[in-house]
Design a protein around this ligand. Structure first.
Ligand code: GDP
Length: 534
């Protein structure tokens, strides 16, 4: 998307009502619970409990894999679409665990906004901060939901101050909590002058809403006990003096975030947040490409792959490429050009992910996320267009921070291991390096847990038990420069060289000193730890 969000352009109504966003949070802040409630209000499911299997906490329909069930973490991102009032929401799920950050970074290239969920007792935690920084790189608009207000939480001003100071963003309260912990009564909706009261008896019930005519309305006292009311009125007065007012443009610029207080598990405050997403947007944004910015209202369809997921259904070897549509009105059966291979693909069974199920997408619009089943043709960063040879910009690939060699414990299965590894590399689950000297593979990941995930998936999905082992290398850098110099360097350093999954040369070492030396001695060459996948 472009550097700055823009809501001023006029779009066809179907595109105009689309809201494509992700939730960023630290594990345990309540992302899964909030997602369930979104779906509940989106009418996608009858009862939030249908998403979360009974007795098995932290599992949603978006968690497909065995590994996830075992560990209770969401390994791969997926997309969910649902309607809410006049809006069509596309929620792209981001894995919360820090080991999967690269996947998350890519996911964030496919959305126009993010909802930041924080725990009212814990405030801004490390993973939230990291993800926030990624959003900040792109000046992405952020809406904040302060969760778990039904528990003992921090003072409202402390929470807001912490966000402002820690994340250097202005915070504007969209609602204000009344009472904390056991005494938490609900919130005053500052944007709509409504009192929202929380119902503790039924967690799936929408809160009672009382229309109030401003803060001096005597009706407030009928619902709020005197001691709480006094504190609340004082705080709001202070807030109005000290905190910025809501400024739509500042929100779109990513310099101000509106904050709602609530309790996802009690379905409280969620609806107001969703109304905020609908009302303030942003609507689908312009996507940058190497040819020109692609506006969502262009008549020709185009989009890019931001994620590939294998074996969502373990019975099939298919992969699903998740595509963010950047422009146009897509219809099932359309023939699109796969720009990298210059081949035409007929998109016969595109999928929409409607929370409880996948469905064939008869049509989709700019802003939507569709899944395209394929046998490996579609890779992360690939563009699909109606013929134009363009590439979308900005999907990064990061150098792995950990390297290990891998081998099948049964040598007879070594050949099949190649296939499994190639697949995971295409999916973006790991980096795969083929050393120029010697046999075997070196696998690179961002976090140690990923080795375990991979080993478990290779065994589960391919029936190949494997062992990961230390290698003599700890760092990998992509090598670029004039071809002649690159070739000459490779010739002289074969023992340090490998190729990545795309065949690009990679320099490997265990010493930072080596990297510094190459940079000093070969000024015409570049060693980089980020490769932008095109
Ligand atoms: P995630 O790791 O961010 O996806 O967090 P979950 O949605 O799985 O929530 C983590 C834990 O916090 C679970 O035990 C939830 O039941 C609990 N939780 C979520 N929302 C609330 C809330 O509003 N109030 C309270 N008290 N607990 C909550």
């Amino acid at each position: 998307m472009l550097d700055r969000a823009d809501n001023s352009f006029v779009l066809p109504p179907e595109i105009d009502r689309r809201r494509t966003f992700a939730i960023i949070s630290h594990p345990d802040a309540g992302k899964t619970t909030l997602t369930e409630k979104f779906l509940l209000y989106g009418g996608a499911i009858q009862m939030a409990g249908q998403v979360r299997a009974k007795g098995e906490a932290r599992r949603t329909r978006s968690d497909f894999m065995q590994m996830e069930k075992d560990r209770g973490i969401s390994v791969s991102a997926s997309a969910m679409s649902f309607e809410f009032k006049d809006f069509w929401f596309n929620l792209v799920d981001t894995p919360g665990h820090s080991d999967f950050s690269e996947d998350t970074y890519r996911t964030l290239t496919a959305v126009d906004a993010a909802v930041m969920v924080i725990d009212g007792a814990k405030g801004v935690e490390s993973q939230t901060r990291k993800l926030f920084e990624v959003c900040r790189l792109r000046d992405m608009p952020i809406l904040t939901f302060c969760n778990k207000m039904d528990r003992e939480s921090r003072e409202t001003f402390d929470i807001i101050d912490e966000i402002q100071e820690n994340l250097a963003i202005d915070v504007c309260p969209a609602s204000w909590p009344i009472g904390v912990g056991r005494e938490f009564l609900g919130c005053y909706d500052l944007l709509n002058d409504r009192l929202e009261l929380m119902d503790r008896s039924d967690r799936n019930v929408i809160a009672e809403s009382v229309e109030i005519n401003g803060l001096d309305d005597p009706k407030l006292a009928e619902h709020v006990p005197a001691n709480l009311l006094e504190k609340f009125l004082e705080e709001v007065e202070m807030a109005r003096e000290l905190l910025p007012e809501f400024d739509h443009q500042a929100f779109l610029d990513g310099t101000l975030t509106p904050i709602w207080f609530g309790s996802a598990i009690n379905s409280f405050g969620v609806q107001e947040l969703m109304e905020g997403i609908g009302k303030f947007g942003p609507k689908p944004q312009v996507c940058p490409s190497d040819v020109r910015p692609i506006s969502p209202d262009e008549s020709k369809v185009s989009g890019f792959v931001f994620k590939v997921q294998a074996n969502m259904d373990p019975k099939h070897r298919d992969r699903i490429a998740f595509v963010r549509l950047c422009a146009g009105h897509f219809k099932r059966g359309m023939k699109l050009t796969h720009v990298r291979s210059k081949k035409i693909m007929a998109i016969a069974s595109p999928m929409l992910f409607l929370a409880s199920d996948r469905e064939l997408a008869e049509e989709a619009w700019a802003g939507d996320i569709i899944g395209i089943p394929n046998h490996g043709q579609l890779r992360i960063g690939d563009a699909l267009t109606e013929g134009e040879m363009l590439r979308f910009a900005g999907i990064p690939s990061f150098a792995p921070e950990l390297l290990q060699s891998v081998r099948a414990t049964d040598p007879m299965k070594a050949k099949h291991l190649d296939k499994a590894l190639t697949q995971f590399a295409e999916e973006g689950a790991a980096k795969l390096f083929k050393p120029m000297i010697g046999a075997g593979w070196i696998v690179g990941v961002v976090g140690a847990l990923q080795f375990e995930v991979l080993a478990s998936r290779i065994e589960l999905e391919y029936g190949i038990p494997v062992r990961f082992e230390q290698t003599q290398f700890t760092s990998a850098r992509w090598l670029t420069g004039p071809k002649e110099n690159v070739d000459k360097f490779i010739d002289g350093n074969k023992g340090h060289m490998a190729t990545d999954h795309d065949g690009d040369p990679v320099y490997m070492t265990r010493l930072q000193w080596d990297i510094d030396r190459v940079e000093r001695d070969f000024p015409e060459l570049n060693l980089t730890d980020i490769k932008t996948v095109m």
